[in-house]
Write a protein that binds this ligand. Structure first.
Ligand code: FAD
Length: 396
């Protein structure tokens, strides 16, 4: 039986970072993944350009952008491995990147540059990467763990679980991390798909289908939580960054409210149009503030024929309500099939925030998305993967 100081399950963002840091400390590390290639989610991330961090992740507001039953849990790891650390690593490989919006850093070229960086760093740190292999059994021993992998039995002192969340099973997501947590007596909080498009009842969706492909800037709110970003109409429902963000807060039965003209005093704009262009139909007036097809549909739904010059303020209020406070009740989400992340996971009460080690099981660590820490869209999830991976790699 081969012996390693550390075995890491999952060669994704968090697992590879942990492997690099542990390897650099001279630890003998094996990292195991059932996929044919490491970092498959990195490859598809950020539309193929990997939004690898967010420069605001450790600012006072950025720290609020991690959801968890205990949001303070993530702070220690995030403070010790900051966006600047990862940016320095990216720069050291000469990888070109740019800030797209809201502090989000994307590669100029393909995401595979980030995977190559991590693979090269692992090789430099003497890490053994084993692909197309998985865990069949794990047992605690006096000296650590005895593991039966698909094709080999190994022993190790420390076991780091970095098998990610449940999202996109087609890409190899499994529940192994949650099963190991249960086997070793750690609690797991309720898990649900997040950063996911929302779906609607057929009667709501039917008229919206003709808008499929239309995108507009909007404020989407759920209670006091609001996101101003792009909203995208699809043939299945609503998507785009504003909807994905709000989906992490939305629960079954809740309504969401949409302001389709953020920052615009719509009533004032309509009164102005009544004076300046009295002969126009409402659709035409709306089309100067909204995509044409959307303006057309809202006009039809409101059913307010005639020229705007004849409209009363009471009619305008109806238009304002439709455009600035469009309230909708999603019936569900597209689920793990398309969700970018999994909300919930290994209960942070059972982990040490500095080392990611299980409080009751010395030598067992959980990192990355499998833990109950979920970031906003925009590079926060990778920053958590890097930071929690770094913490465990330093400690194990
Ligand atoms: P993962 O990266 O999912 O790695 C887990 C690894 O474990 C995988 O390699 C998997 O093959 C392996 N594994 C799972 N089960 C087993 C098993 N039973 N046996 C062996 N191996 C196993 N976040 C951002 O910050 N920026 C983005 O631009 C971004 N874009 C995204 C786009 C998409 C389409 C998706 C789905 C997610 C995106 N995310 C993004 C989220 C981000 O990819 C994840 O939060 C991050 O990858 C989590 O890292 P991880 O290492 O914990 O898990």
């Amino acid at each position: 039986m081969s012996h390693y100081d550390i075995v890491i399950l999952g060669a994704g963002a968090a697992g590879m970072m942990a492997a690099i840091e542990a390897g650099k400390r001279g630890r003998k590390v094996l990292i195991v993944d059932h996929a044919a290639d490491p970092g498959e989610k990195i490859r598809i991330s950020g539309g193929g350009r990997c939004n690898f961090t967010n420069v605001n992740a450790t600012t006072a507001t950025g720290r609020e952008r991690f959801l968890s039953q205990n949001p303070r849990f993530a702070l220690s790891a995030l403070a010790r491995y900051t966006p600047e650390h990862f940016i320095a690593l990216v720069r050291s490989y000469g990888i070109a990147f740019h800030e797209k919006t809201l502090g989000q850093l994307f590669c100029d070229g393909p995401s595979t540059q980030i995977i190559n960086l991590l693979v090269q760093e692992m090789a430099g740190a003497g890490v053994t990467l084993k692909l197309r292999s998985s865990l069949e059994r794990a047992e605690k021993t006096e000296a650590g763990f005895a593991l039966v992998l698909s094709d080999q039995a190994v022993s190790c002192e420390k076991l780091i679980v970095a098998t990610g969340g449940k999202s996109i099973p087609k890409m190899g997501a499994t529940s192994l991390g949650y099963q190991l947590a249960a086997q070793f007596g750690l609690r797991v909080t309720e898990t649900r798909p997040a950063l996911v498009p929302l779906t609607f009842a057929e009667q709501v969706l039917e008229p919206l289908r003709e808008l499929s492909g239309v995108s507009t800037n909007a404020v989407v709110s759920h209670g006091k939580t609001r996101f101003e970003e792009a909203l995208l109409f699809t043939h299945r429902g609503l998507s785009g960054p504003a909807i994905l963000q709000v989906s992490s807060y939305w629960r079954e039965g809740d309504a969401i409210a949409i302001d389709l003209v953020p920052g615009l005093d719509m009533l004032a704009a309509l009164r102005q149009a009544r004076k300046a262009t009295p002969k126009l139909a409402i659709q035409t007036v709306l089309a100067s503030h909204l995509p044409k097809r959307l303006a057309q549909l809202i006009g039809e739904e409101l059913d307010l024929p005639g020229m705007i010059g004849d409209f009363s303020d009471a009619k305008f209020e109806k238009v304002v309500a439709a455009v600035k406070a469009w309230t909708l009740k999603p019936v569900g989400s597209e689920g793990y099939r398309t969700a970018e992340v999994t909300l919930g996971g290994i209960d942070t009460r059972d982990l040490d925030s500095k080392t990611m080690e299980a409080r009751q099981v010395p030598g067992l660590h959980f990192i990355g998305e499998v833990v109950d820490v979920t970031g906003w869209l925009g590079g926060y999830n990778f920053q958590w993967a890097w930071a929690s991976g770094f913490a465990a790699g330093q400690a194990a």
